[in-house]
Design a protein around this ligand. Sequence first.
Ligand code: AP5
Ligand code: MG
Length: 219
Amino acid sequence: MTTEPRFIVLVGPPGSGKGTQAARLREILHLPHVASGDLFRENLKNQTPLGLQAKAYMERGDLVPDDVTIAMVMERLRRPDCANGAILDGFPRTIAQAEALDEALAARGQRIAVVPYIAVPDEVLVERIGGRRLCRVCGRAYHIRFNPPRQPGICDVDGGELYQRDDDRPETVRQRLKVYWEQTSPLIDYYRRRGVLVEINGDQPIEAVTEELRAAITA
Ligand code: AP5
Ligand code: MG
C-alpha cells in the first residue's frame, strides 16, 4: 500500500451505499472513515450545541448550512489519524464545501486522490432506505432484506439494538433525494472536470460494488 496521503471522496445519493462501502474500504485501505452525517448524529445524541443546531435541518431532509458543516469536518480532518488520508462520506455536498476542502488540503500540500461516484437509480434508493436498520452501538448499517443481521434486530458485531433513522421516513427521504439532485449532483461535473471522478455501478451486490471501488481506488 502506498504511503502517499489518500483522500477519497465518496459521492452518491442517499441510500447509494456510501456508509456501507466506506466501512468496508476502511478495513482494506486502513484509512479513517469520516462521515458528516455520522458526526452530526453523534453531536445530536450528545445534545451538543452543534447537534442542536443541525437537528431541524436533518429532520426536514435539508442540508445543514455550509459554514457549520465545513467547520465540523475540517476539525475532524485536522486530527492526526487523517494525516495520511481519509475516506470522506457525505462531505462535500455542495460546491462551496468542495472548494473549502480543496483549499484546506492544498494548504497542507495535499489533494483529493479519487472521487468514486456511486450511481444507483432512485427507485432502488427508496427501497434501500426503507429497509435500513442501524446499530445503536457501532452504527453499522443493515438492510432487512438485502443485508440482514444473523438475528433480527441485533447487530452481528456487538449485539447492539438495531434502529431506524428518524430521517428515513418516506416524506423526508423524498426531500433528501430532491436536495441531492439540486445541490449535490453538480459535484459530479465539478470533480469530472478535475479528472478525479470515477463512476461506480452501485446497483449490484455489496461485495461487487466494493470490488469495483477497490479497483478504481488502487488503479
Ligand atoms: P447522511 O447521513 O450523509 O445521509 P445520506 O447522504 O442521505 O446518505 P445515507 O446515509 O442515507 O446513505 P448511504 O449512501 O450511506 O447508504 P447506506 O450505506 O447506509 O446525511 C444525513 C443528513 O445530515 C443530511 O440529510 C443533512 O441534513 C445532514 N448532512 C450530512 N452531511 C452534510 C453535509 N456535507 N452538508 C450539509 N448537511 C449534511 O445504505 C443504505 C441501505 O442500503 C442500507 O440498509 C444498506 O444495508 C443497503 N445497501 C447498501 N449497499 C447495498 C447494495 N449494494 N445492495 C443492496 N443493499 C445495499
Ligand atoms: Mg450514510
